[in-house]
Design a protein around this ligand. Structure first.
Ligand code: NAD
Length: 291
């Protein structure tokens, strides 16, 4: 299949490579020359512009920083140049309102669009083991699923337009709040004189068990190997967690939802990102809570 891929950054680079590896003809475009060179090395063909990538493509994948970038690429390059019925898959994490309006605008332009944000970081993008949560029509999902399956280990239809983004930010709000709770709990356990590994062993098989503790322990040398064991490098940058928490707060306000824990997590990550100049993993917030 001829697939245009726009946005070949940390995530998109690996995803486009996996589509090429699966035998698709991937026409890649990014504003960054370096990203384009890497995509060509990974088996994609180089497009001179987003419009050129889209022309004659059967599907268009976007993996861009935020809603405004996706809306601009759709308006300027995709809508004017895509053939009727082309499938658009936006895998970026963007706000629910823009995702919905993009999908509606695509339908008005005679195209079929889904929002398909991902869970999993750069390693999962490279390995083709992302989880996709998809919003859109049944027909759109049926067409998107086999393409997304080449880049992920799970592809789930979350509901109508925007439901993928809603699922993504709800999941990440839970993750942000549970990471803060895990960090302050470990810090307290240490101050109370508990050996952190002993506490990990106990909580991992008790009612406090959660993913942030057992799969992503924020202390070096405790539990499985995590970014904490690598000086909090790699993993999921705190700035990206903050981005998702801000999107969650925006979405919560739009439906008048009360989210005190998510709101506190957003406040704590705002302060952490402001002070941290190293772009560290989001679990490094434990150092603030250790005092
Ligand atoms: P990135 O900044 O590494 O990549 C974005 C790419 O888009 C860059 O290469 C940039 O040059 C390109 N770009 C921007 N505007 C463009 C335009 N108009 N035309 C063409 N290319 C353009 O970001 P990333 O880490 O790959 O993240 C991409 C998306 O995935 C974001 O929405 C992010 O929130 C989401 N996400 C990231 C992670 C992660 O761990 N990095 C995990 C899950 C979801």
């Amino acid at each position: 299949m001829k697939i245009a891929f726009i946005g070949l950054g940390n995530m998109g680079g690996g995803m486009a490579a996996n589509l090429a590896k699966a035998g698709h003809e991937v026409r890649a475009f990014d504003l960054s020359e370096e990203a384009l060179v890497r995509a060509v090395e990974a088996g994609c063909s180089r497009a001179a512009s987003a419009a050129e990538a889209v022309t004659g493509a059967e599907a268009v994948v976007t993996m861009l920083p935020a809603g405004k970038h996706v809306a601009a690429v759709y308006q300027d390059a995709v809508f004017p140049h895509a053939d009727d019925g082309t499938l658009l898959l936006d895998c970026s994490t963007i706000d629910v309102a823009t995702a919905r309006s993009n999908i509606e605008a695509a339908a008005n332009a005679g195209l079929v669009a889904v929002d398909a944000p991902v869970s999993g970081g750069i390693a999962a993008a490279n390995a083709g083991t992302l989880t996709f949560m998809v919003g859109g029509s049944d027909a759109g999902f049926a067409r998107a699923e086999p393409i997304l399956a080449k880049m992920g280990k799970a592809v789930i239809h979350a509901g109508d337009a925007g439901a993928g983004q809603a699922a993504k930010i709800c999941n990440n709000m839970l993750l942000g709040a549970s990471m803060v709770a895990t960090c302050e709990t470990l810090a307290l356990a240490q101050k109370l004189g508990l050996d952190p590994q002993k506490f990990f062993d106990i909580a991992s098989v008790s009612s406090g068990q959660c993913w942030s503790l057992t799969s992503y322990a924020p202390l070096p040398g405790v539990g499985p190997v995590t970014p904490a064991d690598n000086d909090y490098k790699g993993g999921f940058a705190a700035a990206l967690m903050l981005k998702d928490l801000r999107l969650a707060m925006e979405a919560a306000a739009s439906v008048d939802a009360d989210v005190p824990m998510g709101s506190k997590a957003r406040e704590l990550y705002e302060a952490f990102v402001e002070a941290d100049k190293d772009g560290r993993d989001f679990s490094a917030i434990i150092q603030t809570l250790q005092g």
